[in-house]
Design a protein around this ligand. Structure first.
Ligand code: IMP
Length: 422
């Protein structure tokens, strides 16, 4: 029996999908534990590219069970579309189940989010993916949420929608008549139940644990988008950190390994601080060379150098046991590469991310410059990597706290473009 959590150590888009896909090969059960259709996990298998939003990457491995856990937010309409896309690509989804405890994103959550983003104004907008994530989780916390078990039950669904409708801001309720909401939800719930099992997710996990199974918990987004540990308020509304896996119904002692995934550089999409930004010319180059556009929204990502204070902080927050470094090939061909080794904050050097976002905004990154390399693309073993790329990775590892190992280095988008060092 063993449980592994895959988490992003930056702002999402670290390549967790391809790492989870790689690890899913040996798993019996893969559980997606947070977020919703705001995520986009890209997995390239041969000449086929799969972009998964909510469905765990394990679905691409026949025979592996998959669960959308209780900490997620499911938009049933988008979810059905995702299933349809997967079926078109020949993927069998019969092994997929959804936890009845998962949160359901309703049309009014999406509407509320549009409204809130406009009201925040240009300077304070979060730059969300507009998938209704924030209002859905807020409703859960306020105890007005819709759970999947309610959504799939006529009485529960009617009850939850009626209460939520009563609570909508003036005007929004008339714009979204109750009858229409109820009819649409009834139709979609019927379709959903025809396609996927709604289960008691934590029992599925306990059973797998009791049977000695390998469980993989797949996170979405990244540590600095966590609602509690991220760069608040420029965060998502769920828990992308390793602790978030426990919301699926297990305790921290059940987790054996935490694989922290980091790009070899940093990217961010949406608003909020990114201290190590490369500058417009290099960022434009990175976007084109490395395809740094959002997998869900297509928005251009901001690009920065690798930020060690950020990794150090994320390693501690998540209790990382091993690092998976992705997209090292994204730095191929540069004469020199830079790394942020610490920040200067109010005249003092610090080697962590302050939890107060206004302090992080004042932090000035301190860089070290290292020599670049030509190409890592064909490397499949450590020794195949150019020496300067090896030094770059060694430099990172030397600066991380604890005794964490280097688990994997990915050198390209395809499933097998990876150096497995475990
Ligand atoms: P929300 O999750 O749609 O509420 O968006 C909140 C913030 O998280 C915004 O800055 C989004 O751009 C960012 N975000 C949400 N999901 C992802 C993701 O999967 N990758 C990268 N950024 C994301």
């Amino acid at each position: 029996m063993s449980a592994t959590v895959v988490v992003g150590l930056q702002f999402g888009d670290e390549g967790k999908g391809r790492i989870a896909d790689f690890l899913a090969e040996d798993a019996d059960l893969v559980v997606r534990f947070n977020g919703g259709g705001n995520a986009g996990h890209t997995v390239v298998v041969g000449d086929q590219t799969f972009t998964l939003h909510l469905v765990p990457c394990g679905i691409l491995h026949p025979g592996v069970k998959c669960l959308i856990g209780g900490g997620t937010a499911v938009d049933p309409r988008l979810f059905l579309e995702e299933l349809e896309e997967l079926h078109k690509l020949g993927v069998d989804t019969s092994q997929l189940a959804v936890d009845g405890n998962a949160n359901v994103i309703m049309p009014y959550h999406r509407e509320l989010e549009q409204y809130e983003e406009v009201q925040r104004g240009k300077n304070n907008a979060i730059g969300t993916t507009k998938r209704g994530i924030g209002p859905c989780y807020a409703a859960r916390t306020a105890r007005n949420g819709m759970l999947m078990s309610d959504f799939c039950n006529e009485v529960g669904r009617t009850d939850r929608i009626s209460t939520a409708h009563d609570l909508l801001p003036l005007g929004m309720g008339t714009h979204m008549p109750l009858e229409r909401l109820l009819d649409d939800a009834r139709r979609i719930a019927g379709e959903l139940q025809g396609q996927v099992h709604i289960v008691d997710g934590r029992r599925v996990i306990w059973e797998a644990l009791d049977n000695g199974g390998e469980i993989l918990f797949e996170g979405a987004q990244g540590t600095f988008l966590d609602i509690n540990q991220g760069t608040y308020p420029f965060v998502t509304s769920s828990h992308p950190i390793a602790g978030g896996a426990c919301l699926s119904g297990i305790g921290p002692r059940n987790i054996d390994r935490v694989v922290g995934v980091s790009k070899a550089y940093t990217t961010r999409v949406g608003n909020g601080p990114l201290p190590s930004r490369m500058g417009s010319e290099l960022e434009a180059y990175m976007r084109e060379f490395c395809g740094e556009y959002g997998a869900t929204t297509g928005r251009p990502r901001d690009c920065g150098w690798l930020d060690i204070p950020m990794l150090r902080t994320a390693v501690r927050i998540n209790g990382v046991t091993g690092l998976a470094l992705t997209k090292i090939d994204g730095l191929d061909g540069l004469d020199t590469v830079q790394i942020v080794t610490c920040y200067e904050l109010d005249g003092k050097k610090i080697d962590y991310v302050p939890s107060d976002t206004s302090q992080l905004i004042r932090c000035k990154p301190v860089y070290v410059e290292l020599p670049g390399w030509r190409s890592t693309r064909s490397a499949r073993r450590w020794d195949d990597l150019p020496l300067n790329a090896q030094h770059y990775i060694e430099f990172i590892m030397e600066h991380l706290p604890g005794n964490i190992g280097l688990d994997m280095v990915s050198v390209g988008p395809e499933r097998n473009d990876i150096i497995d060092l475990r």
